[in-house]
Design a protein around this ligand. Structure first.
Ligand SMILES: Nc1ncnc2c1ncn2[C@@H]1O[C@H](COP(=O)(O)OP(=O)(O)OP(=O)(O)O)[C@@H](O)[C@H]1O
Ligand SMILES: [Mg+2]
Length: 220
C-alpha cells in the first residue's frame, strides 16, 4: 500500500504543488487524470524516490520514502518499482534484449527477459536495435524492461501517449493484465481507457492546487 500524506513539492521556490492525501492499495490499478502541469509526473517521481517533497510523507508498506537516503531510495526503486517513462529512456543503439539485460548492472536477474518479451508479443524483435522499432514496439519494450525485475509497484507515465488509439488500447490492456496482483499507477489523458482501471483519480480535484509563490509574494 502506498500512502501519500500532506505532500508539498516546491521547484526553485517558484512553483508549489500541494497534494491532497491519497492511498494506493496493493493489487489495484489506478488511472491518474489531470491537466498538463498539475503534478502527475512529479507525483510518480516522488513515489519512485527520484524527487523529494518538501513536507509530508510517502509511506510504501509503512516505510517512509522521504526518510531514506538517496542511496536507499535508489535501491528500493531498483528492487520494487517498475517505472515506464513517457519518453521510454531506452538505449536506441542497443538491441531489445540488451536493453533488458543491461539491468544486470543493477543486480537484477534478467533470466526471464525472453519470456516477458514473448508475453508482450515483441519477442521476434529481440535482436533488433531500438532505433529500428515503431512507437508501439518501443512502448512494449519499455513495459518489458519495467517488468523484468518483477516489481510489485508499476508506475507508468503516459504509457500510450505515443500510440494511436487502437494500439494504445491494446498496450494498456496488456499492461493491466501483467499488473494483476501488483499496484499499478498509470498517468493517461485518454479517459476512454478508464474501463481498464479499478479507480480513476482526477488530479485536478486531488491536488490542492498549484501555487505560484512568486506572485503570492508580489501580492503582499
Ligand atoms: N524540474 C522542474 N523544475 C521546475 N519546475 C518543474 C520541474 N518539474 C516540474 N515542474 C513544474 O511542476 C509542475 C508540475 O509538473 P509535472 O511535470 O508534474 O506535470 P504533469 O501533470 O505531469 O503535466 P503533463 O501532463 O504535461 O505531463 C509544472 O508547473 C512544472 O512546470
Ligand atoms: Mg507529466
Amino acid at each position: 500500500m502506498i500512502e501519500i500524506n500532506g505532500i508539498t513539492k516546491k521547484f526553485k521556490n517558484e512553483t508549489a504543488i500541494d497534494y491532497r492525501d491519497m492511498v494506493f492499495e496493493t493489487g489495484k490499478s489506478y488511472m491518474l487524470l489531470g491537466a498538463s502541469g498539475c503534478g502527475k509526473s512529479t507525483l510518480l517521481n516522488m513515489i519512485a524516490g527520484i524527487l523529494s517533497p518538501e513536507s509530508g510523507s510517502i509511506l510504501i508498506d509503512g516505510e517512509d520514502m522521504t526518510q531514506k537516503s538517496q542511496k536507499e531510495k535508489d535501491r528500493f526503486r531498483i528492487e520494487r518499482i517498475g517505472y515506464i517513462f513517457q519518453d521510454f529512456k531506452l538505449i536506441e543503439e542497443m538491441t531489445v534484449l540488451d536493453n533488458l539485460h543491461i539491468l544486470r548492472l543493477e543486480g537484477v536477474d534478467t533470466s526471464d527477459a525472453g519470456d516477458i518479451l514473448t508475453s508482450l508479443g515483441i519477442a521476434e524483435k529481440k535482436n533488433a536495435k531500438i532505433k529500428h522499432l515503431s512507437g508501439g514496439q518501443k512502448q512494449r519494450v519499455a513495459i518489458a524492461r519495467a517488468l523484468v525485475k518483477k516489481p510489485d509497484i508499476i508506475l507508468a507515465d503516459e504509457p500510450t501517449g505515443n500510440l494511436n488509439f487502437a494500439i494504445g488500447e491494446q498496450v494498456m490492456r496488456e499492461l493491466c493484465e501483467v499488473s494483476q496482483g501488483k499496484t499499478l499507477i498509470a498517468v493517461t489523458h485518454d479517459d476512454r481507457l478508464a474501463k481498464y482501471f479499478d479507480e480513476i483519480i482526477d488530479m485536478n480535484e486531488v491536488t490542492g492546487g498549484k501555487r505560484d509563490l512568486f506572485s503570492e509574494q508580489e501580492g503582499k
